[in-house]
Design a protein around this ligand. Sequence first.
Ligand SMILES: Nc1ncnc2c1ncn2[C@@H]1O[C@H](COP(=O)(O)OP(=O)(O)OP(=O)(O)O)[C@@H](O)[C@H]1O
Ligand SMILES: [Mg+2]
Length: 509
Amino acid sequence: MWRIAPLGLRDRFILSSTALITLLMIVVIFFVELERTAALKERAEEHASAIAQMMADLSENRLMYYDLVALQQNVERATEDEDVVFAIIFNRDARALAANEAAREIFPAELFEIGAEMGRLERGGVLKEELAFETTDGRDVEVLEVIAPVFVEDELWGAIKLGLTLENVNAEIQRTRLGLISLGFLGLTFGALGSVFLANRISRPLESLVEGTIRVAHGDLRHRIDIPPGDEIGELAANFNRMTTEILDDREKLEEASKKLLEAEKLATIGRLATALAHEIRNPLTAVKLNIQKIGQHPALSDLEREQVGIAETGVQQVEKLVKDILSYARAPQLHKDTFDLENLIEDALRFVEEPVEEKRIQLVKDFAELAPIDIDGDQLRSAFLNTLLNATEAVSNDGVIHVRTRLEETDTGTWAVVTIEDDGAGIEKSDFKAIFDPFFTTKSLGTGLGLTNARKVVELHGGRIEVTSEPRVGTAIALWLPYATTEPTSATDDNEALPEVHEVHPSH
Ligand SMILES: Nc1ncnc2c1ncn2[C@@H]1O[C@H](COP(=O)(O)OP(=O)(O)OP(=O)(O)O)[C@@H](O)[C@H]1O
Ligand SMILES: [Mg+2]
C-alpha cells in the first residue's frame, strides 16, 4: 500500500489557483461563446427576414396576377445572395409557384410544402426555424428557414419560404470558439505562470521562516530570519527574531547566574576545606615556628646555618599568613567593635611590613589627619590595612614610594574616615581589574588571592567601602572608606543592613 505524499503549501497554492483560473476561463469562454453565437444567429435571422420581406413586397402584385415569370425572377434575384440556398414562393393554396433551380435539385420534396405554417402566418411577422437537411447529393446542411407572409389588404395571398445556409455562421462560431480556446490557453498559461511566481514570492519567505524556526528549535538561537519588513510575513519574522534575541538574552543571563552559583558553591566548598586544613595546620605550625626560633637563637650556629634558619622562618611566616587569611575568609561575618585610634592601627600594620620596606628601600610617606578614636573591630581592620600595605610593597620596585594617608570626608551620606594607601608600583591590568576582589584571584606566584577579599569584607561589615584607582605601570591607590562613627559600638547584624555598594573606580587611560 502506497500513499501520496501530502503536497506542500506552494504546490497547493499553484494547483488551487490554476484550477480557479481554469474554472474562470471555462465560465468566461462559455458565456462569451453563447453571446457570440446568439449575436451571429440573430444577424443571420435579420438578414434572412429582410430578404424574405423584400421578396414578399415584390411578389404581392405578381401573386395577385399569377405572374409566374416575374415570381421566378424574384426568386432568382433573392438567390443571388450566396447565403440563400433556397427561395420558394407559395400561393394562398400552399402551392409552390416559383423556386430556384438548385433547390429543386438538391433539397427533398417536403421543402416545397407549407401546409401547417400557412395557418400560423400573421401580417408583418415571419416564422423562423433552424433545420437540418440531407441533400440529395448526400450532404448534411443546416439551414435557417424563414417564412414571410404575402398579404394583400388583410388577405393572405401567399408566402415566401427562404433558406439561409448556416454554414458561414457555424464556421464563424467555430472560429470564435477556436479563438476563445486559444485565448483561454494563453490566459491559463499566463495565469499558471503568475501563480507559480506568486507562490514562490509567498513560499520563499515562508520557507525561510520555517527553516528559521527549525534551526531555532534545534538550539541555534543566533540564527536570524532575513525577510524584509513590509508585510505580515516580514513582521512575523521580525517578531520571531526579537523573540529569539530575548530567549538568547535570558539564556545567557541564566547561564551567567548558574555559573555564579556554581562558582559560589565551589568557593564555599574550597573555603570549608581550606578552613579545616588551616585548623589542622595551625597547632603543628606554632610548634615548628617556636622550634625554629629556638634553633635560630642557638649561639653555636654558623652564619650559613643562621641564614638557612632565617629562610625557614620566612617560609613558616608565609604559611602562617595563609592560615590566617583562610580563617578570616571563612570567619562568620561578625565584628567585635571597640574604640580604636586609626593612626595606631595603621602604625601596627606598618610594623609588619618593615622588612620588605627595608629590603626594597621603599620610601614611606605618611600623612595622617587629626582623627578622634572610632568604634571599629581593631583586629580585623588592622589585617585589612596590612593586606593593602603588603600589596603595595609587593607592587613597587626597589626605591618605590608608598603614601599612607588618612583624611576626613563629608558626603551626602555622612562623615567618613578615609585611609588611602597609594603606591607607584606595577598597577593593575585592565583585564584583572574586575577580579581583584574575587576570592583566590591572584597574579602572584605565592599569592592566595584572599587579601583584598578579606579587606573588603571587613570594610563592608563596618558599613564602608573600598575604592580602587589604578593605572598599569603608574601605580595604584586603594582607599578604605569607614564611617566616622564615634558612637557606642553597634551589633554586626545592624551594620550588615546598612551595607553600601562597593565603589570601584578605574581611571581613564
Ligand atoms: N597595590 C597593588 N598594585 C598592583 N596590583 C595589586 C595591588 N593590590 C592588589 N593587586 C592585584 O590584586 C590581586 C589580588 O590581591 P589580593 O591581595 O587579594 O591577593 P594577593 O596579593 O595576590 O594574594 P594574598 O592573598 O597573599 O594577598 C593581586 O594578585 C594583584 O594582582
Ligand atoms: Mg595581597
